[in-house]
Design a binder for this molecule. Structure first.
Ligand SMILES: Cc1cc2nc3c(=O)[nH]c(=O)nc-3n(C[C@H](O)[C@H](O)[C@H](O)COP(=O)(O)OP(=O)(O)OC[C@H]3O[C@@H](n4cnc5c(N)ncnc54)[C@H](O)[C@@H]3O)c2cc1C
Ligand SMILES: *[C@@H]1O[C@H](CO)[C@@H](O)[C@H](O)[C@H]1NC(C)=O
Ligand SMILES: *[C@@H]1O[C@H](CO)[C@@H](O)[C@H](O)[C@H]1NC(C)=O
Ligand SMILES: *[C@@H]1O[C@H](CO)[C@@H](O)[C@H](O)[C@H]1NC(C)=O
Ligand SMILES: *[C@@H]1O[C@H](CO)[C@@H](O)[C@H](O)[C@H]1NC(C)=O
Ligand SMILES: *[C@@H]1O[C@H](CO)[C@@H](O)[C@H](O)[C@H]1NC(C)=O
Ligand SMILES: *[C@@H]1O[C@H](CO)[C@@H](O)[C@H](O)[C@H]1NC(C)=O
Length: 348
């Protein structure tokens, strides 16, 4: 008997299902319906394309701080349940640089929970950098993690159905369906019902290279650029180099000039990529495995986590707009969405 339907099988939909289980909902009462499932690839399915690091560039409003902190501190339990690091979730040291110092709220929040946290000495910062920290991060191998997460949920008894919906009402699969979770990512923009025009893509392009000699992350956040190096766990030595944050750009194409710019910026920020490369010390010696672009599901006004009454005893809980942080904030987002869903109805 399906009581809860989750529309969307990206990281947000899966985290939401997991939170329902944590709250004691029976897996038999949960169905996930999605046009794309783990293993699929499409520009309309963002989750497999993420770099998959926990990083510190998210906003500093109280909700965002909570989603990040909750996810960071509760991921170890999920990792354990999925069988440990080989599920595609491991931990590496991360160095982050900002050209403009983050707010006091942000820094205090990070300092309260990041493990192996240290502030980098002013004199050891690269030119133009105002603030830098080092800590132990979470790194996802996104495609692998999605598949293992789905397998875990399936083995618990949650049903997955591959289907594209054209209207929200189709999600109320049976008369017993009480609550629908809207975890449609960028799909929320186009879906019939109340099209959310506040949803827009922030396009990124990444270059995946083979780099067995790099086992850490480094990133630098500027006013109008983002340069990052992310180790992908359990991937046969893949390293992800990025990137771009292009607002309102829907293209799935990848560009040679962007690839070249990414290689230039990342090797300048972290010269070790070339200096210690076992295959040679020139840019042309880097083995490029893949170049992909993805659309971060951004939203004016931030993520939308809201509950509404559709008709008598039928509810809709929105949980989308995770932009560039679905992996690192989504466990906390799912926690909040499920809290709303299970709250007594007069607590709308
Ligand atoms: C280049 C790049 C790098 C990134 N790096 C990171 C990172 O390091 N860390 C991080 O935390 N995040 C990162 N992100 C962001 C992260 O990928 C997203 O926040 C996350 O994937 C969003 O997940 P989602 O579940 O909301 O959406 P999606 O993964 O897009 O899932 C949407 C789901 O809804 C389904 N759906 C949509 N419309 C319909 C419909 N009409 N009918 C049926 N099903 C429908 C889809 O089929 C799919 O299953 C990155 C993104 C990009 C592009
Ligand atoms: C992505 O979604 C849009 C809007 O629904 C659609 O027009 C487009 O064809 C889709 N692209 C792919 C590759 O499925
Ligand atoms: C690293 O994380 C940030 C925030 O989560 C994200 O915006 C960025 O795209 C990520 N880097 C890569 C390579 O995915
Ligand atoms: C999970 O997150 C909550 C905050 O939302 C925190 O109180 C709790 O300690 C976390 N659990 C673990 C195991 O760290
Ligand atoms: C919602 O989006 C769909 C697909 O883009 C479009 O066909 C439809 O007209 C839109 N509906 C509204 C009310 O804007
Ligand atoms: C999700 O929310 C968007 C924006 O309000 C809406 O257009 C869409 O119909 C909803 N989809 C589902 C399946 O609930
Ligand atoms: C999208 O980005 C690409 C690559 O930077 C660029 O060539 C293209 O003009 C952009 N498209 C739009 C609509 O901005």
């Amino acid at each position: 008997m399906t009581k809860y339907v989750i529309v969307g099988s990206g990281i947000i939909g899966l985290y939401t299902a997991y939170n329902l289980l944590l709250r004691g909902v029976s897996p038999r009462e949960i169905t996930i319906v999605a046009e794309h499932l783990p293993g699929d690839e499409s520009i309309n399915y963002t989750s497999p394309y993420a770099g998959g690091n926990f990083s510190c560039i998210t906003d500093d409003d109280p909700k965002t701080l909570f989603y990040d902190k909750h996810t960071y501190t509760n991921l170890s339990r999920l990792q354990k349940e999925l069988g440990g690091a080989p599920c595609g979730l491991d931990r590496y040291i991360s160095t982050e640089y900002w050209d403009t110092k983050p707010s006091k709220e942000k820094i205090e929040s990070l300092a309260s929970y990041l493990q192996e946290y240290e502030i980098i000495d002013q004199m050891n910062l690269p030119m133009g950098v105002a603030y830098g920290i080092k800590f132990r991060s979470w790194n996802f191998n996104c495609p692998k993690f999605l598949l293992n997460f789905q397998k875990y949920l399936q083995e618990k008894g949650i049903r997955f159905i591959k289907r594209k919906l054209t209207h929200i009402t189709q999600a109320y699969l049976t008369s017993s369906t009480k609550t629908v979770f809207n975890c449609t990512g960028i799909g929320a923009h186009k879906l019939g019902g109340v099209n959310d025009t506040n949803v827009y893509p922030t396009r990124g392009q990444v270059v995946v290279i083979k780099a067995p000699h790099i086992v850490e992350n480094v990133m630098r956040w500027g006013e109008d650029y983002a340069t990052y190096i992310i180790k992908r766990p359990y991937s046969k030595d893949q390293l992800i180099l990025g990137g771009y944050m292009q607002k309102d750009n829907w293209t799935a194409d990848t560009y040679k000039h962007e690839t070249e710019d990414i290689l230039k910026r990342t090797t300048e920020l972290f010269p070790k990529i070339l200096a210690d490369n076992p295959y040679g010390n020139d840019l042309k010696d880097l083995e490029i495995l893949r170049v992909v672009s993805g659309l971060r599901p951004s939203r004016y006004g931030g993520v939308r986590i809201e509950k509404s009454l559709v008709e008598h005893n039928k509810y809709l809980v929105h949980n989308y707009g995770a932009s560039g942080y679905g992996y690192q904030a989504g466990l906390g987002m799912g926690y909040e969405a499920v809290r709303l869903a299970l709250a007594r109805d007069n607590n709308l």
